[in-house]
Design a protein around this ligand. Structure first.
Ligand code: C2E
Ligand code: CA
Ligand code: CA
Length: 346
């Protein structure tokens, strides 16, 4: 829409709100009620700006409106140009790095809190940069999710992690208890046929037992209002792989779904674990979760254990499984292997 004769930006915003208002009611088409939403980007022509620039800026604002959740309007400002171009650059770099096989996995051990014995690993994606640093998953996973790159990226993670775990487990019979945890995004779970097929194929190719793989899903992934979620989880469990609820306690924290979805493991989020030794409320919550897990036959892992005091308190509450910098940081494959071997010769 090209609106002329508006007095100022506020008038443009008002016009946008009127348009959005029209979309609140369903459209009636061939006796069907169709619900639609609209996203609107607004740019205001300054003296000397060309029609092309005006359209491009409106498009940038539109992109923003979609990212922010759609069904809204966003007014363009100059800062968006760099934000969008940074993001586009990151996206195309990530795509290229993925194709070029430059991504790697680090493996963080999960341990028996009492003995320190390694029970398994969590595979964590790493994006190495030319200068030897890494871009954090917190920065690139959301972009991968937004752009759909998470699907090929997730497939690569699954394949690499399965192959690695199969190699470790067959290298020594004393390592046959190890389990590999792989993080799976909501987007990957959406196409559950593809995900189930992918897992099946990788297990077959790497000759890994299903029980040696654990899929980690965050609470918010599982508890959205998607009615098919229970069915999707069921299909994963039918494969024989474990299912863990990640970042437990940060989402809706409804306890009823623990019985309904029957996960094999819950991973208590770091926010409940850090400083647990000085926060009675955290200790009470974690203690309750541990006994709940025990009753329901669900493994409970404490994430992000950083201090001895935290580990001691967790142990006193009956916690047996832990992950965190106190024990190990995420490690490159060779370093992880060295830790496994050191554990065997102890
Ligand atoms: P997450 O699944 O909760 O993974 C645990 C994160 O906590 C990791 O961060 C790990 O390095 C960090 N961590 C472990 N112990 C400690 C500790 O003692 N203290 C502190 N402060 N942090 C600790 P990382 O590797 O940066 O990954 C962040 C998130 O990115 C992960 O959270 C996960 O949600 C996501 N992610 C990583 N790799 C993948 C992947 O391959 N696929 C998907 N979909 N998501 C991934
Ligand atoms: Ca995880
Ligand atoms: Ca977590």
């Amino acid at each position: 829409m090209l609106l002329t004769g508006l007095s100022d930006a506020a008038a443009a915003a008002l016009a946008a709100m009127r348009v959005l208002g029209e979309f609140r009611e369903p459209f009636s088409i061939s006796k069907l009620e169709i619900f639609m939403t609209a996203s609107i980007g607004i740019s205001i022509s300054a003296a000397g700006s060309t029609p092309d620039e005006l359209l491009r800026d409106a498009d940038t604002a539109l992109y923003r409106a979609k990212i922010e959740g759609k069904a809204r309007y966003v007014m363009f400002d100059e800062g968006m140009k760099t934000q969008v171009s940074n993001k586009l650059r990151l996206e195309s770099d990530l795509r290229r790095s993925l194709d070029a096989g430059e991504l790697t996995l680090h493996y963080q051990p999960e341990v028996d809190i009492k003995t320190g014995r390694i029970l398994g690993f969590e595979a964590l994606a790493r994006w190495p940069q030319a200068d030897g640093s890494f871009i954090e998953p917190a920065e690139f996973i959301p972009i991968a999710e937004e752009t759909g790159l998470i699907v090929p990226l997730g497939a690569w993670v699954l394949e690499t992690a399965c192959r690695q775990m199969a190699a470790w487990r067959t290298s020594d019979r004393r390592l046959r208890h190890l389990v590999m945890g792989v993080n799976v995004s909501p987007r990957q779970l959406q196409d559950s046929d593809q995900l189930v097929e992918q897992i099946r194929r990788n297990l077959r190719r790497s000759r890994l037992r299903p029980s040696a793989l654990r899929i980690e899903l965050t609470e918010s992934t599982i508890l959205g209002d998607d009615p098919q979620m229970a069915e999707r989880l069921h299909r994963l469990k039918e494969l024989g792989v474990g299912v863990a609820i990640d970042d437990f306690g940060t989402g809706y924290s409804s306890l009823t779904y623990l019985t309904r979805l029957a996960p094999d493991c819950i991973k208590i989020d770091r926010s409940f674990v850090s400083d647990i030794d000085t926060h009675e409320d955290k200790a009470a919550i974690v203690g309750a979760l541990l006994s709940l897990g025990q009753r329901l036959g669900i493994d409970v892992t404490a994430e992000g254990v950083e201090t001895k005091a935290e580990a001691r308190l967790l142990e006193s509450l009956g916690c047996t499984r832990a992950q965190g910098y106190l024990f190990y940081r995420p490690l490159e494959a060779e370093a992880a292997e060295a830790c496994l071997l050191a554990g065997l010769s102890r």
